[in-house]
Write a protein that binds this ligand. Structure first.
Ligand code: PXL
Length: 277
């Protein structure tokens, strides 16, 4: 039986339902062996808590890579999310070069910005390094803000298809093979995801829930990876991930003021059904 082993590199936010604490359960539930490399350990994520701790694990990364190389450990895919420092990105590129199987997929979520601004602690040098990493991607999964930072484009909250096409083409010109652009909304009541694969534009539109949740980008990317590794074509994986993420956000709107994340655990069974499991 084809049993895929993948690697995901992102931080552990101990509390906050994002990054590794989302990726590991979701991708594992999809039946894919999920190896992890924590880029940093934080007491919480940086999006609303005050006084969080941040243990940077940058200097552990080459030691871990070296050991994996000695053991001949290889992965069928790599999926990177939030990375803790600019230097870390060079180490991640080295891991891409030394630990992937010949036909492995490279999936990059340039988790660094939203709503027109960079997350706490990131700067222009980090953006430049992230653009270099995105150049390696078979699938890059930015939101519009991240796409603008990577391509040096103006961020707009109101736009048309020509603006989105321009972003997609610039991301491909930067080197990413295929693009999954999230949070593309042409009407107030709906939002959606654009899949740009081999020059073809496909849009999956779905309802917009007024009250968004933190960490949904990580939920989305993890479900996309889980679906892709189950053999779904990119558009189907993008659609399944969108439907799952909407369900997770809906399940969080229960009056509990669960502001820091979304209750992705409550819809894992739905995701598996969508995957035919
Ligand atoms: O969800 C993205 C993310 C991941 N990890 C950390 C974050 C954020 C977003 O703010 O702060 C530590």
């Amino acid at each position: 039986m084809d049993y895929k082993k993948i690697l995901t590199i992102q931080d552990i936010s101990c509390v906050g339902q994002c990054s590794l604490t989302v990726a590991l359960p979701i991708i594992s539930a999809c039946g894919v062996e999920t190896c992890v490399l924590p880029s940093a350990v934080l007491s919480t994520h940086t999006g609303g808590f005050k006084g969080f701790t941040f243990r940077d694990l940058t200097e552990d990364i080459p030691l871990i890579e070296n050991h994996w190389n000695k053991e001949g450990i290889k992965f069928a895919a790599i999926y990177t999310g939030y990375l803790g420092s600019t230097k870390q990105i060079d180490y991640v590129i080295s891991i891409i070069n030394s630990t992937l199987e010949a036909d492995a997929k490279i999936i990059i979520d340039p988790a660094m910005a939203d709503n027109g601004t960079l997350y706490y602690g990131f700067d222009d040098a980090f953006v430049a390094a992230m653009a270099k990493l995105c150049a390696k991607a078979d699938y890059v999964l930015p939101n519009i803000t991240e796409a603008c930072f990577i391509t040096g484009s103006e961020y707009k909250t109101e736009y048309d298809k020509a603006y989105i096409m321009d972003l997609l083409q610039k991301l491909v010109a930067n080197g990413s093979k295929n693009v999954i652009l999230t949070g593309v909304s042409y009407k107030p009541e709906t939002t959606g995801v654009v899949v740009y694969e081999n020059g073809k534009y496909e849009y999956y539109e779905h309802k917009k829930i007024a009250q968004g949740s933190h960490g949904t980008g990580d939920v989305y990317a993890s479900a996309f990876v889980g679906a892709l590794m189950n053999g779904k074509p990119a558009y189907d994986a993008a659609r399944i991930a969108a439907d799952y993420t909407v369900k997770c956000i809906e399940n969080t709107q229960d009056g509990s003021n669960h502001w820091y994340g979304c209750k992705f655990e409550t819809a894992i069974a739905d995701l598996l059904k969508m995957l035919g499991k």
